[in-house]
Write a protein that binds this ligand. Structure first.
Ligand code: ZN
Length: 302
């Protein structure tokens, strides 16, 4: 297994195998990529693009993909996934970011959610395609990812929502299509509590069965603006890491604002001596790899 950080600040916490920098956020904010980190890019979720071009927003019978439209699981304003200028600009941007970092981890590279997008262009493209609604959306997403693949010379990782069953109906995402272009997948499993690890373990097992490339998962440690009361405890994070590891995943990323929050997590994890002993009985080699990682942090946090 490999262990990574997933961070908003260009800082490489000690004690991890690799680092993913959030180079472009769903707000549209961008920071320069870093040569020895991977770059995470939110493609269609982009508040800034929608602010500049209100007509680019993804449409649906239940309203636009705007933050605050509670019909959907949408926290950001999302650009229509066929918007040609946004697509073109993102391709150029992705190519440039790839050149200046270790590779690209994409998220929000698909339709906003179920029943999107019904803007006049999408309706027209759908009609012309002769396909059914779901097949047309799948084709749009897959063709765009193929274009991205032509631009990305280094690693290309597909971040996906933690929905193993209705990804096609909701997002136009077909896992086998994406696997043809991706070097790996990253299942985003952010939660401010991992009190019930069973569900996350089950999702890990399900995705490992479905996805035809290595599978990473991402866990939430400490986001921008959080206080200690907002975030999962070190005990929850350790337990869920071990339980997802035994489901056969290939690696875990830990999301934090920057290196100092990860160091706090490492210290708290090291201090859970009793729990670390108990977790030894939770499974085979992969579980030991997680526990060995925590052991290796002992000398870092001293
Ligand atoms: Zn549209």
């Amino acid at each position: 297994m490999k262990f990574g950080t997933y961070v908003y600040e260009p800082e490489k916490a000690v004690g991890f195998d690799f680092h993913v920098l959030r180079a472009k956020l769903e707000t549209g904010d961008r920071i320069p990529p870093v040569q020895d980190m991977y770059s995470n890019i939110a493609v269609f979720a982009d508040n800034a693009a929608v602010r500049s071009h209100p007509d680019w927003i993804s449409q649906s019978p239940l309203g636009p993909a705007r933050m605050g439209n509670s019909n959907f699981n949408i926290y950001w304003s999302v650009v229509c996934a066929t918007q040609p200028e946004h697509r073109a600009e993102q391709l150029d941007y992705i190519e440039d970011v790839d050149r200046h970092s270790l590779g690209v981890w994409l998220n929000s590279q698909y339709f906003a959610d179920h029943s999107h997008c019904t803007c006049p262009r999408c309706k027209e493209r759908w009609k012309k395609s002769g396909l059914n609604w779901f097949e047309w959306r799948r084709k749009e997403v897959t063709e765009y990812i193929a274009q991205v693949r032509e631009r990305v010379k280094k690693d290309l990782v597909m971040c996906v929502q933690p929905d193993p069953v209705t990804a096609c109906e909701r997002y136009g995402v077909d896992f086998d299509d994406l696997a043809k272009y991706a070097d790996a997948f990253n299942v985003v499993m952010f939660s401010k509590s991992y009190a019930t690890p069973w569900y996350w373990e089950m999702l890990s097992r399900g995705f490992k069965k479905l996805l035809k490339k290595p599978v990473y998962i991402s866990l939430y440690v400490f986001g921008p603006g959080d206080t200690a009361r907002d975030v999962p405890s070190a005990s929850e994070l350790l337990t869920v890491s071990v339980r997802c590891a035994r489901a056969g995943i290939d690696g875990i990323l830990y999301l934090a604002n920057g290196a100092s929050q990860l160091r706090d997590f490492q210290k708290a994890a090291v201090d859970k001596v009793e729990l670390r002993k108990r977790l030894k009985g939770y499974g085979g080699e992969s579980v030991q790899e997680v526990l060995d990682l925590v052991k290796s942090w002992e000398k870092i946090v001293e």
